[in-house]
Design a protein around this ligand. Structure first.
Ligand SMILES: *Cc1c(COP(=O)(O)O)cnc(C)c1O
Length: 305
């Protein structure tokens, strides 16, 4: 059962920051550091740990005996939740979109091997998963009681998720005021909201990885107060939509890896860095600008490509 010492050890882990050197950065005369959340832990990668940490804390502080969440077959969130649960000895349940495949995705194979209980629901049910009646039926089917299992919304969003993401920069001992801009990839905007709160003096640039994400500004805004004005969401760099790619994107990722030896994936971090690259070569970033890019991890999902 839950091991608080392991939880603190993970919470206090220092995240490395890498200096990035490429020809296009030199030409644009900007400096770039990368905050390597992908290096946090061999299994619990990236921003998902931060989105989960306060949910986990809340679950055991309030006496819940397991934690349940939702995701697809390649979900970084499900993967991180299963790994975190195994690491701190807390039981996890993953409710997965679609039927159980004969051969599970590598993501779900990992999750199951780490002790996560997997439960598959149809795509139609998945769409109504946050409906209270559906949830009650789901818990009945799983023979779980609502007072025993803490339910984390899909992707770890919500105020507890945002709160956890306020720790992202301090985990790298990063002083945000030493940067002019902080870049990161966004799916729900939860991570961006936490980072914005923790860096009130620095411009935070979120790159939306899905199409038509004009809603994301409002989503982020609801977690912020008056003082947080210095941020924006780039809704034009999704390369065709969620998990879609273009040949240019894939080529950029390959070149970036060759030049820097830092792996990216095409769903999140690749799109964020590709957008940053394009702004640099188009001269849209002022000379002398000091940039920090957050590598939000997600490399396990590359096995799906
Ligand atoms: C989930 C995820 C994101 C997006 O985080 P949000 O808080 O949903 O915006 C970014 N990068 C990676 C690698 C992720 O797995």
């Amino acid at each position: 059962m839950y091991n608080p010492e392991l939880f603190s050890r993970l919470s206090e882990k220092k995240v490395p920051v890498s200096t990035i050197q490429t020809s296009w950065l030199a030409e644009a005369d900007v400096t770039l550091n990368m905050h390597r959340l992908d290096q946090l832990h061999p299994k619990i990668s990236g921003n998902k740990w931060f989105k989960l940490r306060n949910h986990l804390q809340h679950a055991f502080d309030d006496g819940y005996s397991s934690i349940l969440s939702f995701g697809g077959a390649w979900s970084n969130h499900i993967h991180a939740l299963a790994a975190a649960g195994k690491n701190i000895d807390f039981p996890t349940v993953g409710v997965i979109r679609g039927e159980r495949a004969e051969v599970l995705s590598s993501t779900l194979q990992d999750a199951e091997s780490w002790g996560m209980r997997l439960h598959f629901i149809s795509r139609a049910d998945y769409r109504v998963k946050h409906n209270p009646e559906f949830l009650q039926q789901l818990l009945d089917d799983l023979r779980l009681s609502g007072s025993d299992v803490w339910i984390v919304p899909e992707g770890g969003s919500g105020e507890l998720g945002v709160k956890g993401c306020e720790y992202i920069l301090s985990a790298g001992r990063v002083s945000p005021e030493t940067y002019d801009q902080i870049w990161l990839a966004s799916g729900t905007g939860t991570t961006a909201a936490g980072v914005i709160r923790s860096a009130p003096e620095t411009c935070v640039q979120s790159v939306a990885v899905l199409k038509g994400a004009s809603w994301m500004k409002d989503e982020i805004q609801q977690y912020l107060s008056e003082e947080h004005k210095n941020w924006s969401v780039d809704t034009e760099s999704h390369c065709g939509g969620y998990a879609r790619t273009t040949p240019e994107l894939l080529k950029f990722i390959e070149q970036f890896e060759q030049e820097t030896e830092i792996p990216l994936e095409p769903v999140y971090t690749g799109k964020m860095m590709f957008s940053l690259y394009k702004k640099c070569v188009q001269g849209k970033i002022a000379r002398g600008c000091r940039l920090l890019a957050i590598h939000t991890g997600g490399l396990q999902g590359r096995r799906g490509f």
